[in-house]
Design a protein around this ligand. Structure first.
Ligand code: ADP
Length: 499
């Protein structure tokens, strides 16, 4: 596997033993170069695409410090796609892959550009992580980014008079993977399809749902170095220390038997921050022991709304505006409940993190959340095996009713403990998703054999419940227990470039 990504300043600084493997010209941005090396967090080869635009990122990779999209985004990401196609066309010193795996709109021009370049023996996969981010730009950029004139029409990448990178990917990729089974169904509807539902319906046979996993090492209450006391499913007593530490961190007093509700995600319209701002004052008035901590960053009016709430309930509400990994761990470890309203949710990492720490999610029944959180139901006691409270609707009443349900069970420690134990025993690792991706790559590269590092688990893969016929593919996977970077005689590994 080779990972191709932009040479953001921090990635460039972290790349070990970098060497230039290609100098590229004639790109939409002019010139660029490819640097190969390794990033400390994973063992496989990483290639960074270095160009003027990616060197100038001071905020996050996509928007500047004031939240505005970088002016060079279209050209820089189109150039990244060209770099991938040059690799696929054998125009660099890097091995030609069997499959190129493009992620989100940023890499979504790759399948179309493979066609323009006449590359026929490299298959393409597009993964959609969030259909709301489409990479839409003025249509007159189509030629500059290298699309043919027929690709710039409505049957190609044209989308409501604009050029849509994501639409190009959906239209031209061989397979489209979507990050949860429920979201893969939802995107076929007008409510969730963001205008792409018609095209996605046309491509339905090529859609493969593969749920994400989470980093189960980083988010493990038994070993987490970022929390004050560690705890496991059989010894939740230490969670009380984490709660105390969280209250301390947010400057709230400790109150006996007071439920602590946390919010911890982007503070945006998608995440129903408006609904939370309408629901929370009513909940705080009704439940005089309820305490709330909020960590996040997002739209300024909602941030201000939360700060106003903290000013109104100084002993019971505290807010930290910012992106902060350490606080996020403290929050998931220390809270009793996580409130995660969301209008749509391709996968939903945050409720999973909370469940791993025995913090019960109260979340919208959409997208990946529907696949990962088991609702406790409406009866007097939570359903056996339930791991959280799910709600439908986008009104304050819907959210309030869900929080009320959770508060009712919180008061009964046996029921609450059963929810916590079930939440903590879920399996959200990357094992199964990794197997599914390998199977997908294999299905697209029938001539190749997969060489997998320490892949004993691949041999015992459970049959997939999804569209992909796993069994015939798994039969072809040969297991080797060597680093994937070392070639083994007799194997012709599937080479994948993931961009
Ligand atoms: P999700 O992936 O659940 O949709 P978001 O898009 O809000 O949630 O967040 C993406 C990731 O960033 C998640 O892992 C979330 O926990 C984390 N995150 C969001 N906001 C913050 C923050 N203010 N501090 C730390 N981590 C955050």
């Amino acid at each position: 596997l080779t990972l191709l990504m932009p040479a953001y300043p921090s990635a460039l600084a972290a790349l070990q033993s970098p060497r230039e493997v290609a100098a590229l010209s004639g790109l939409p941005c002019g010139e660029g170069r490819l640097l190969q090396g390794r990033l400390p967090e994973h063992g496989f080869s990483t290639v960074l695409f270095d160009c003027e635009g990616f060197r100038q990122r001071s905020g996050n990779p996509y928007v500047d410090e004031s939240g505005r999209e970088y002016a060079d985004n279209a050209i820089s990401f189109a150039s990244l796609a060209h770099a991938a196609v040059r690799i696929c066309a054998g125009q660099t010193a890097l091995p030609v892959p069997h499959v190129v795996h493009a992620n989100d709109w940023h890499a979504a021009l790759i399948p179309a550009l493979l066609q323009v370049a006449g590359v026929q023996d490299v298959a393409s996969v597009l993964t959609i992580h969030n259909l709301a981010f489409q990479g839409n730009y003025p249509l007159d950029l189509a030629e500059r980014v290298g699309l043919s004139s027929d690709m710039a029409g409505p049957d190609g990448a044209e989308f409501w008079g604009q050029l849509s990178f994501l639409k190009a990917g959906i239209r031209y990729a061989d397979r489209i993977s979507i990050v949860s089974p429920t979201y893969a169904e939802e995107v076929l509807t007008a409510r969730f399809g963001c205008g792409m539902e018609g095209l996605l319906q046309q491509r339905r046979a090529d859609i493969v749902p593969i749920a994400n996993g989470v980093d189960v090492q980083a988010w493990n209450p038994e070993t987490d170095p970022l929390i004050v006391r560690r705890f496991g499913i059989d010894g939740l007593r230490n969670k009380a220390y984490c709660k105390r530490a969280l209250l301390d961190m947010f400057g709230l007093p400790v109150m006996a038997r007071a439920p602590l509700l946390a919010l911890g995600s982007r503070i945006t319209h998608q995440k129903m921050a408006d609904v939370a701002l309408a629901a929370l004052p009513q909940l705080l008035e009704r439940h005089t022991r309820l305490q709330v901590v909020a960590l996040g960053r997002g739209e300024h009016e909602y941030e201000a709304g939360l700060q106003a709430l903290a000013a109104r309930f100084p002993e019971r509400v505290a807010v930290h505006i910012g992106y902060d990994e350490e606080r996020a761990h403290a929050l998931h470890a220390g809270a009793d409940m996580l409130l995660h309203g969301t209008r749509f949710e391709p996968f939903g990492l945050t409720p999973i993190y909370s469940m791993r720490y025995g913090t019960i999610p109260i979340a919208s029944r959409v997208g990946g959340i529907n696949d990962t959180v088991v609702d406790a139901g409406n009866a007097a006691a939570p359903k056996p095996g339930a791991t959280g409270v799910l709600f439908d609707g986008e009104q304050a009443e819907d959210m309030i009713a869900a929080v009320e349900r959770a508060l009712g069970w919180y008061a009964k420690s046996g029921e609450w403990n059963a929810l916590q134990r079930a939440a903590m025993s879920g399996d959200f690792s990357w094992e199964q998703p990794a197997r599914s991706y390998i199977a997908l790559y294999c299905s697209l590269a029938p001539q190749a054999t997969v060489q997998v590092e320490a892949a004993a688990s691949v041999e015992t893969a459970a049959p997939s419940e999804h569209a992909l016929p796993l069994e015939p593919v798994l039969a072809r996977i040969e297991t080797v227990r060597v680093p994937a970077s070392e070639p083994v005689a007799g194997f012709r590994p599937v080479r994948v470039v993931a961009a």
